[in-house]
Design a protein around this ligand. Structure first.
Ligand SMILES: Cc1cc2nc3c(=O)[nH]c(=O)nc-3n(C[C@H](O)[C@H](O)[C@H](O)COP(=O)(O)O)c2cc1C
Length: 200
């Protein structure tokens, strides 16, 4: 990888290419990422699956339950941080940006319909994510929820399912190498992304 990097933009391009590859590849090290939200001044981190990446706009999309705490956080404060780390890639990519629920109903429907039946089932439960339950799992509470979902269960799942779109405006990339780590910072400007090398 290091031999392909002569200018800052080369590393930015490599990072975006790896994220693009990871969308449909469950084994790719960037297939999941850490999402940071802020709530009442405290940071909150969790893992989510990268579901779509739009390279031209550098937008990152993931799926979640509209009733989840992360959605409450985003409604209070839309500023997020994302972290991708690939141990074998020796690459760390972090973004800062603004997140919100996807507004395009056709894209949301497409993403739901192209999710696995098991993934769709996760959204069919009546218990709100993070609520206290008196059994080990939500599946034990609602054993009637089985595949294939009934029409009612499918409609509940669709109501709870949302796509979150993240529009990053800053990116920090660290490429680890024994001869010296390479670090690039990139900023979105009205003219496009502008990147520069910074001390690693
Ligand atoms: C490997 C992995 C992938 C996950 N993917 C997602 C995901 O795509 N969307 C999601 O809402 N939660 C996902 N989760 C669960 C979240 O990490 C988190 O526990 C859950 O969404 C509740 O977070 P919240 O209370 O901050 O909303 C994943 C967890 C793991 C370990």
């Amino acid at each position: 990888m290091i031999e392909k990097i002569s200018k800052p933009d080369d590393l930015f391009t490599i990072a975006l290419e790896e994220i693009a590859k990871a969308t449909g590849a469950a084994k790719h090290e960037f297939h999941t990422f850490t999402l940071g939200t802020v709530n009442r001044g405290f940071p909150h981190l969790r893992t989510v699956v990268l579901r779509k990446f739009e390279p031209e706009s550098v937008n990152v999309l993931f799926h979640t339950d509209i009733r989840s705490e992360k959605i409450n956080h985003l409604q209070e404060c839309s500023q997020v941080s994302l972290l991708f780390y690939g141990y074998t890639l020796r690459l760390q990519v972090s973004f800062n940006g603004i997140a919100g629920i996807e507004k395009d109903p056709e894209l949301t429907q497409y993403q739901f319909e192209n999710s696995s039946a098991d993934a769709q089932k996760c959204y069919a439960y009546g218990t709100q994510p993070s609520s206290i339950i008196h059994s080990k799992t939500k599946e034990e509470l609602q054993p009637d929820i089985q595949l294939p979902l009934s029409a009612n269960q499918l409609s509940t799942a669709k109501e709870n399912f949302v796509v979150v779109r993240i529009v990053p405006d800053k990116c920090d990339i660290l490429c680890l190498h024994y001869s010296g780590h390479i670090r690039v910072r990139a900023n979105r400007t009205p003219e496009g992304w502008v990147s520069e090398f910074v001390t690693a």
